[in-house]
Design a protein around this ligand. Structure first.
Ligand SMILES: Nc1ncnc2c1ncn2[C@@H]1O[C@H](COP(=O)(O)OP(=O)(O)O)[C@@H](O)[C@H]1O
Ligand SMILES: [Mg+2]
Length: 238
């Protein structure tokens, strides 16, 4: 049975995004083909989370290598300056960062993540969600690769600091192996059948039964802790 109304899915949104140190608060990955609605869906999920009281002390940092975002607030200005980003985050729950140097995207993202870890030391009651959209553009996002040191730290050590990563990629196989065992959830939209074998081998989960359902912006949440899957109808584009 597919579910539709995300505003009634508080539990799911907390499982996906709330950095509360619980067993479900490891990083999360979203994988599907280009143009299948990932950025639209994640924007909606974050918008819903920000309406939930449980997220009142959470800061969202949306990183887009492609320099695009779909958030509607006018005062939300993307920046490539970390100082400006963190200044903005003092008073706002979401900030947008566009890495600016293609030769050094990884260094810029690493600096951002290290800053968040430092900030979290001095603000232990604040949680952070770092969303890396189109992460497959970053070096190390493939199944044989090793992600940059700070991305690795985020995936491995983020939970105990109330920091979560959300990695958006085109293929499940774009996820570095180090992430396996360090993810509590997956969001799947239209995936390639080539990803099925990889998922069986790496996650021990068979996505074949849901593959035919994942089209036309339909999506699935896979709980990697309980190994349950839920199917969802497309979110409304606002
Ligand atoms: N749930 C949806 N219903 C209808 N159109 C959608 C939906 N999600 C995305 N789209 C449309 O599909 C296109 C690609 O969406 P986008 O979120 O940018 O995909 P991706 O991030 O996977 O490349 C956009 O034109 C967008 O408006
Ligand atoms: Mg996108």
């Amino acid at each position: 049975m597919s579910k539709t109304d995300l505003s009634e899915e508080r539990g799911l949104i907390r499982k996906l995004l709330l950095p509360d140190g619980s067993s479900h608060s490891l990083s999360v990955a979203m994988a599907s083909r280009s143009g299948s609605g990932k950025t639209t869906l994640l924007t909606r999920l974050i918008t819903e989370a920000r309406k939930d009281e449980a997220f009142k002390d959470v800061r969202f940092i949306y990183v887009s290598v492609k320099e695009e975002h779909l958030f509607k607030e006018k005062k939300l200005k993307p920046t490539n300056d970390l100082y400006k980003l963190f200044k903005h985050l003092r008073k706002n729950s979401i900030g947008i960062f566009y890495p600016s140097d293609p030769a050094n995207y990884e260094l810029e993202v690493d600096a951002l993540i290290e800053n968040v870890f430092q900030l979290s030391n001095s603000n232990p009651d604040t949680g952070f969600v770092i969303i890396l959209d189109d992460a497959n553009i970053l070096k190390g996002f493939d199944n044989r690769g090793t992600p940059s040191p700070a991305v690795k730290k985020l995936a491995v050590a983020g939970r105990s600091k109330n920091i979560r990563g959300l990695y958006i990629t085109h293929r499940i196989a774009n996820l570095p192996r180090i992430m396996m065992g360090n993810l509590s959830g997956l969001i799947l939209m239209s995936i390639s059948s080539m990803d099925l074998d990889y998922s069986r081998k790496i996650f021990g989960v068979d996505f074949e039964p849901i593959l035919p359902e994942l089209h036309s912006y339909r999506w699935a949440y896979v709980d990697l802790i309980s190994e349950k899957m839920d199917l969802f109808n497309p979110v409304k584009v606002v």
